[in-house]
Design a protein around this ligand. Structure first.
Ligand code: KIV
Ligand code: ZN
Length: 398
């Protein structure tokens, strides 16, 4: 079997937990449909017990969206597991995702449960989920601040009770790539019993800006599922950005050597849709999908890219569905790029007009940053008409 990393998209569950986002069932179905087009392996459609609207959204996604496995989240409580199953039972491949924290902080202050209580509760509820479906995931919430021996023991108990995926959440974004990779390696090595179908999964939050780096460290350590959200949305600083992990695994296949079954050309459209529906803008310099991810303003870079794109681009923008690279005019731009812009606008100029217009563009760039296509056209018109008066030099506009 091909060595492949499964992409578990939680835009509609963990992503939606970002402050201020509330998607209605219609919006969730639209995003899930696009996620299926993108080719993610698993869609975590929601947390059915959390609200009637979320229950309806998960139910509709399970009934209407074909292709990916449809997962629903459940605390390790019978009513959650039952409600999750009720919502996803019509999916072709339904998964129940059960979670219960294993860290001393969560057990003492939030759960008020002993280690023995946690162990027994995980066993009972994973077994309950397994009675509904063969596809069960267990997450020891706050795993990276837990005692590793205890976490491993609880994960093993979950596997013995029927879990097929063990997800290791860095719930508060505390891990570094080194210690997260080490923990994943340990879980991969030790949690299996006599089974061969257990997939270990990474689930990272971005509080220290390390979610993608930690997820990739997990893959290097043997994780074969990565969880995250489109545009990296989610609680606080967000989740692992799915598009960044996918492109890192593709672009640096030499380093990771594992496949990923995503249609990368759908990435940009998915990012755009999620941004539109959630109202969360994508930062200009966001990796892979930001407006500037394939834009070049400085003369040296522009010159290089115009001669050969790969001088300053490690990905083809077409590969993520973004169209062509963009040459942006501004104070750092050079003559080669200015000539390219004029050519694109269909403007032919004499050398004298070119020099004067180029200098004027630089002055404008100093004042306003980016110089637009309309401004370039205006500059050439102004310069050409003032020079024409002096000595008859010209510019032609198509
Ligand atoms: O971050 C987290 O711990 C979670 C769990 C519910 C998996 O999102
Ligand atoms: Zn999370």
């Amino acid at each position: 079997m091909e060595d492949r990393v499964r992409i578990f998209d939680s835009t509609l569950r963990d992503g939606e937990q970002a402050p201020g986002i509330a998607l209605d069932p219609e919006q969730k179905v639209a995003i899930a449909t696009q996620l299926a087009r993108l080719g993610v392996d698993i869609i975590e459609a929601g947390f059915p017990i959390s609200s009637p609207g979320d229950f309806r959204a998960v139910t509709r996604i399970a009934q209407e969206v074909q292709g990916p496995t449809i997962a629903a989240l459940a605390r390790a409580q019978p009513q959650d597991v039952d409600r999750a199953w009720e919502a996803i039972k019509d999916a072709a491949d339904p998964r129940i995702h059960v979670f219960l924290a294993t860290s001393p902080i969560h057990m003492e202050h939030k759960l008020r449960m002993s280690e023995e209580d946690v162990m027994a509760t995980v066993k009972a509820n994973v077994a309950r989920a397994r009675d509904y479906t063969e596809n069960v995931e267990y997450s020891p919430e706050d795993a990276t601040r837990s005692e590793p021996d205890f976490t491993v023991a609880v994960c093993q108990a979950a596997v013995d009770a029927g879990a097929t995926t063990i997800n290791i959440p860095d719930t508060v974004g505390y891990a570094t790539p080194t210690d997260y990779g080490y923990l994943i390696e340990r879980v991969v090595r030790e949690v299996k019993g006599d089974r061969h179908d257990v997939v270990v999964s990474a689930h990272c939050h971005n509080d220290l800006g390390l979610a993608v780096a930690n997820s990739l460290a997990a893959v290097a350590a043997g994780a074969r599922q990565v969880e995250g959200a489109i545009n990296g949305i989610g609680e606080r600083a967000g989740n692992t950005s799915i598009e960044e992990v996918v492109m890192a695994l593709r672009v640096r296949a030499d380093a990771y050597g594992v496949g990923v079954g995503v249609t990368t050309e759908e990435i940009y459209e998915t990012s755009r849709l999620v941004s539109e529906q959630t109202g969360y803008p994508v930062q200009y310099n966001k990796a892979v999908v930001g407006r500037n991810a394939f834009a070049h303003e400085s003369g040296i870079h522009q010159h290089g890219v115009l001669r050969e794109r790969t001088t300053y681009e490690i990905m083809d923008p077409m590969a993520v569905g973004m169209g062509d690279s963009v040459i942006v005019m501004g104070k750092h731009s050079g003559r080669a790029a200015f000539k390219h812009s004029l050519d694109q606008l269909g403007i032919g100029v004499s050398d004298t007009v070119f020099e004067a217009a180029f200098n004027r563009m630089k002055e404008l760039g100093d004042q306003s940053g980016e110089v637009s296509r309309e401004q370039i056209r205006e500059i050439v018109e102004e310069v050409a008409s003032s020079l024409e008066v002096l000595d008859g030099v010209t510019a032609s506009f198509q």
